[in-house]
Design a protein around this ligand. Structure first.
Ligand code: AMP
Ligand code: GLY
Length: 423
């Protein structure tokens, strides 16, 4: 079959890698793809948001299966455009992707269906939010309602910070229209774990767990980023916790969405906080995480097309989802200065070293192919991922592999997976 993958980051590179291993796939296209994806797929320079051109391209190339991977096009209805044109498509419709695109929606859903999450109140008026904060416990968490590249969440330690936060989100509109509403949420403490689940709208099957490192600097200092590294599995996510989450979070969420007329087909990413009072939902995303995908996908035993097709067809109950009994660590190589300002265009050396090494991957996040070779083209540049028989070995392998790569202004965290030592 012919597959079209919409997207062009490290997550899409990991998906393309898995699709390229499928025996059922004869040709892969990506839009827009990137320099790494281009080694496995034919890339077309079409924006992920340009539904008309994407659908026209799929018709021209007689595509059999479409994968829409990033959040923005899913929230904008790009999966709907493919589905309505008759293409078998992996990824939720817009009316289901809202579970990520509106935090107010997802909080309402969880409250209505008793899905464990932090207590919260939503406001569309700054004065009312400010009044409410006067009597709130501190710290408190403020969340801009809409998509904000993972940056619309402010943790405020005292009332002054919280007041400033409301101003930033609702009055100065730092996150644009995302800040028309704000969710004011109870601050929770505990270990964070991400569980990505496949769903066909009725059945939901969790993948192996992962943990992201969102802050830019070592020891979780500095600004929030899209993710500086991940490891999988999380040693803190026990079988008992997994059972609790399946019964009280994953299945109830998919059932609730169906009941609301918003059947969810695709990947439901559940961000969890393991609190003293049990697991609670931090956030839902309507897609694979980036860089969670880079550690979860290489550990999956199944043919990814079989699983994704079952999600589209509503036959996920027939799939036995299996992961290797190993571990993976991904260290993000970024451009120094990310996430604020950074330079692009530096030549990357060492990529060939990965070619003949099994269990080592350099997933491209922000790269570009030029006459000089592959150059840096974004804040996050490469997700260097390695497998190992356990987390410690995977971490050693991943850090060893980061030394194979060189480019000017190369920056990374040195403590990805450090929490493993405390397990
Ligand atoms: P989100 O985009 O909702 O996952 O939030 C980004 C990050 O903010 C999370 O990964 C947590 O580290 C933190 N966070 C979000 N909500 C809370 C909360 N209620 N309590 C404590 N930390 C939170
Ligand atoms: N790594 C977090 C996310 O993809 O949302």
């Amino acid at each position: 079959m012919k597959v079209l993958i919409v997207g062009g980051g490290g997550r899409e590179h990991a998906i393309t890698y898995a699709v390229s291993k499928s025996k059922r796939v004869e040709k892969i296209y990506a839009a827009p793809g990137n320099a790494g994806i281009a080694e496995l797929a034919e890339c077309a320079d079409i924006s992920v948001m340009d539904a008309d051109r994407l659908v026209a391209f799929a018709k021209e190339k007689e595509i059999d299966f479409v994968i829409v991977a990033p959040d923005d096009p899913l929230a904008a209805g790009v999966a709907d455009a493919f589905l309505d044109a008759g293409f078998k498509t992996f990824g939720p419709r817009k009316n289901a992707a809202i579970i990520e695109a509106s935090k107010a929606f997802s909080k309402d859903l969880m409250q209505k269906y008793n899905i464990p999450s932090a207590a919260s109140v939503t406001f569309d008026n700054a004065d009312e939010a400010l009044k409410y904060l006067e009597t709130s416990d501190m710290p408190v968490v403020l969340k801009a309602d809409g998509l904000a590249l993972g940056k619309g969440v402010l943790i405020c330690n005292d009332l002054d910070e919280a007041k400033d936060g409301i101003k930033t989100i609702m009055i100065d509109k730092k996150f644009g229209d995302s800040g028309n509403k704000v969710v004011v949420e109870e601050f929770m403490t505990g270990r964070e774990v991400s569980v990505l689940c496949y769903s066909d709208g009725k059945t939901i099957k969790p993948m192996t767990s992962a943990q992201d490192h969102k802050r830019a600097g070592d020891n979780d200092t500095g600004l929030n980023t899209g993710g500086m590294g991940t490891f999988s599995p999380s040693p803190f996510y026990t079988d008992e916790i997994a059972d609790f989450c399946q019964k009280n979070i994953y299945q109830p969420t998919i059932d609730a969405m169906r009941q609301e007329g918003r059947e969810f087909k695709g990947v439901l990413f559940v961000g969890l906080m393991l609190t003293e009072k049990g697991p609670k939902v931090l956030e839902f995303n309507a897609r694979f995480g980036d860089p969670e995908a880079q550690v979860v996908i290489p550990r999956m035993k199944n043919d990814i097309i079989d699983v994704m097709e079952a999600c589209a067809d509503g036959t996920l109950d027939k799939i036995d989802l299996e992961f290797e009994d190993n571990a993976a660590v991904c260290v993000m190589l970024a451009s120094d200065g990310y996430p604020v300002s950074y330079k692009k265009g530096f030549v990357i050396s060492g990529l060939d070293t990965f070619k003949d090494k099994e269990g080592y991957y350099a997933f491209h996040s922000g790269t570009k192919l030029t006459d000089e070779g592959v150059v840096t083209n974004g804040g996050r540049v490469l997700g260097v991922t390695a497998l190992g028989s356990n987390l410690k070995e995977a971490r050693e392998n991943a850090y060893k592999a980061t030394e194979w790569i060189d480019f000017e202004n190369k920056y990374m965290r040195h403590d990805i997976g450090k929490a493993i030592d405390e397990a």
